[in-house]
Design a protein. Structure first.
Length: 402
């Protein structure tokens, strides 16, 4: 089958033909999924771009996707999106989008505080839910979504796109195969510089529903837990750089969220590591880096050099002049498993939006084959609980059992 993933890749849940009764249409015929996108900010556009690119990236897939409807608060903005991107319909009411018969999959790309309300509506309607991270603002809210997902007709996935670079997929494969050995230590960081300017008007991400722990911390903590499991104990320090920031309407906001989070995690086996998320890292662009060092090997990945996974094999002997001992750059580039990997060339440089496209493809591929994806809302709810624990530590200054 064209949409079948290669079985030698343990880095993701492979969506073989296992009809769980949740796919639209029967196995053996081409399914076409109508995509509805709620929210037309940066992430709404990113999701639309991913959907439109799927036929180019995955020409052998056994399903198709089309942009069915877009919903955003401004009717004019919705109409422009319809015209520019080719949606079949546009609305200023997300409930109208969910109710449409031609919408099968709903992307929720709205501010965090709206996630629970919208996710519950999608799941209640029996639609498939593709929701941007973080799942919610609090662990309690995330659990409400997870409880609804357990009995819902539709599947769900949280868009943790950093899992979907070939290099991070290869890292997961090496970790699962034991090539790193017992984990001894690790570090992970996600750095931006967008909150340094005190005069830059804030958006919702700088308000209490946002903050760097939820925004970027969710990404980097997902990478850590995906690759190494959950910690036993955690400590966190949070910093808000300024006490006041201007709003876009000219007023002043004083209820501000965290700009910098510095975390320490202790894993069940004793390994210790640091995790950092910052929007005040001068000189940074969109820099997620993870380093894992084990008894048998080490691996390093950074989004600033996404074509390569650096790997060190501890088993290589030390020799005069060095021998072959040292870090190797594994050229992962765009080497996606079939039906991906044909366009662009596997040798072409990869970008952020390509990982988003694979993340969306993986979800639709799972739906088509009646199989739950790996990063479900149920699993994301556990990550949200961990972030609650880290925030608790940041507020009390104490270690917290996770």
């Amino acid at each position: 089958m064209a949409g079948k993933r290669e079985t030698h890749l343990p880095a993701r849940i492979h969506c073989f033909i296992m009809d769980g009764g949740k796919n639209f249409g029967g196995i053996g015929r081409m399914n076409t999924y109508g995509i509805g996108i709620i929210g037309w900010g940066f992430m709404g556009r990113a999701h639309a771009h991913a959907v439109r690119a799927l036929p180019l990236y995955y020409p052998g897939a056994d399903f198709r996707a089309r942009l069915a409807c877009v919903a955003t608060r401004s009717a004019d903005a919705a109409a422009r999106a319809k015209e520019d991107l080719g949606f079949s319909a546009a609305t200023a009411d997300y409930r109208e989008l969910i109710a449409r018969d031609d919408v099968h999959v709903v992307s929720v790309c709205t501010p965090n505080e709206l996630h629970e309300e919208m996710a519950l509506a999608v799941l209640k309607a029996g639609k498939h839910l593709y929701i941007d991270k973080p799942l919610a603002v609090t662990g309690e809210s995330a659990l409400h979504i997870a409880e609804a997902a357990r009995t819902a007709k539709g599947f769900s996935k949280v868009a943790f796109n950093l899992r979907h670079y070939p290099a991070t997929m290869r890292l997961k494969e090496l970790a699962d195969a034991g090539e790193l050995g017992e984990i001894l230590q690790f570090s992970a960081r996600y750095l931006h510089a967008g909150s340094i300017d005190p005069d830059r008007p804030i958006g919702w991400k700088q308000q209490k529903q946002g903050g760097v722990l939820l925004d970027m911390g969710s990404h980097v903590l997902d990478m850590v837990t995906w690759l190494m499991g959950y910690p036993e104990r955690v400590s966190c320090s949070l910093r808000t750089l300024y006490s006041r920031r201007p709003r876009r309407d000219g007023s002043v906001e004083t209820e501000l969220s965290d700009d910098h989070a510095l975390m320490t995690l202790i894993m069940p086996g004793g390994a210790m590591g640091t995790v950092e998320a910052s929007k005040i890292a001068t000189g940074a662009l969109d820099e997620m880096t993870i380093e894992i060092r084990g008894a048998k090997g080490a691996a390093i990945f950074t989004t600033m050099q996404p074509n390569y996974l650096r790997f060190f094999d501890q088993g290589q002997p030390e020799r005069p002049l060095g021998g072959m001992r040292g870090f190797t750059d594994i050229e992962c580039a765009q080497r996606y498993p079939a039906p991906g990997g044909g366009f662009p060339s596997v040798k072409n440089a990869i970008g952020w939006e390509r990982a988003h496209a694979d993340c969306y493809f993986d979800f639709l591929n799972c739906i088509s084959h009646g199989r739950k994806p790996e990063s479900t809302v149920e699993k994301a709810a556990r990550l949200q609980q961990l972030m609650d624990k880290l925030r608790q530590s940041g507020e009390t200054g104490e270690w917290v059992r996770a």
